[in-house]
Design a protein around this ligand. Structure first.
Ligand SMILES: NC(=O)c1ccc[n+]([C@@H]2O[C@H](COP(=O)([O-])OP(=O)(O)OC[C@H]3O[C@@H](n4cnc5c(N)ncnc54)[C@H](OP(=O)(O)O)[C@@H]3O)[C@@H](O)[C@H]2O)c1
Length: 215
């Protein structure tokens, strides 16, 4: 059965998988929790809320026990990185992580993917490309992704990082150290949108605390 996602639509629902944007999650998930549901949220709405566990099942499943109705999952680029980092972190400790990402058009949603395909068709037909979405819909200026690279994902923060980069830094700290601002692990990220429809890649440089540690 398909019905409109209103507060009352969650009556009798046990598990909610939410992925309709942060604003929708913020509005509806507290209503679903009130009605007894456990919500797993794919958006960034609750990831930094100290009462909400940020969980990657292969990395920190023990955090699930602390949930109060909402469980967040991290950004896609953070997920694939922390799965690889976890065994190294456990055995050697981590001092520093420097990550560069190569992120596909699909990460910006269906409308960005449609625009990317249209730009590609236009470019190959010798027509001018029109961009209205990327790097981020809320910006005034937009650039084509087709046959291009965009070193900006989401809006810029005051410190010069983009919000996507900010998320990778703080989500990694929250998942590995349970503290989004942990200072004993240094993380920096550079996130780039690349002209492919699907598949994110990343290059990760790390420094460990103790190279000689044994299990
Ligand atoms: N954790 C991750 O790795 C990750 C990765 C990608 C995206 N995300 C997050 O997931 C969310 C969706 O991203 P996306 O790429 O899938 O975007 P998208 O392609 O734009 O899809 C959004 C979907 O949400 C639906 N929707 C919008 N408002 C709704 C409402 N009020 N009630 C029910 N459904 C509604 C839309 O339905 P219509 O098409 O009918 O409008 C559409 O199917 C975003 O918050 C994004 O940041 C997370």
């Amino acid at each position: 059965m398909i019905e409109e996602a209103t507060a009352d639509a969650f009556d009798g629902v046990d598990i909610v998988l939410a992925s309709a944007g942060g604003a929708v999650s913020k509005r509806l998930l507290p209503e679903a929790v009130k009605r007894g549901a456990v919500c797993i949220d794919n958006t960034s709405a609750f990831r930094m809320d100290p009462t909400v566990p940020l969980v990657v099942p292969e990395v920190n499943p023990e955090q699930l026990r602390k949930h109060q109705g909402i469980i967040a999952n991290p950004n896609c680029s953070t997920i694939q990185m922390v799965v690889a980092l976890k065994p190294i972190f456990e055995r050697f400790g981590l001092k520093q992580v420097i990550v560069s990402t190569y992120q596909a058009a699909s990460g910006a949603g269906q409308s960005a993917l449609n625009e990317f395909f249209q730009e590609s068709r236009d470019y190959l037909a010798g027509k001018e490309m029109t961009a209205n979405i990327l790097p981020t819909a809320s910006d005034k200026k937009h650039y084509p992704l087709a046959f291009n690279l965009l070193p900006q994902i989401d809006v810029f923060e005051e410190d010069g990082y983009t919000h996507e980069e900010w998320k990778m830094i703080h989500e990694t700290k929250k998942i590995l150290l349970n503290d989004m601002d942990a200072e004993d692990l240094k993380v920096t990220a550079t996130c780039v949108r690349v002209p492919v429809p699907i598949s994110h890649g990343e290059s990760v440089y790390i420094e460990v605390n103790d190279e000689k540690a044994t299990a």
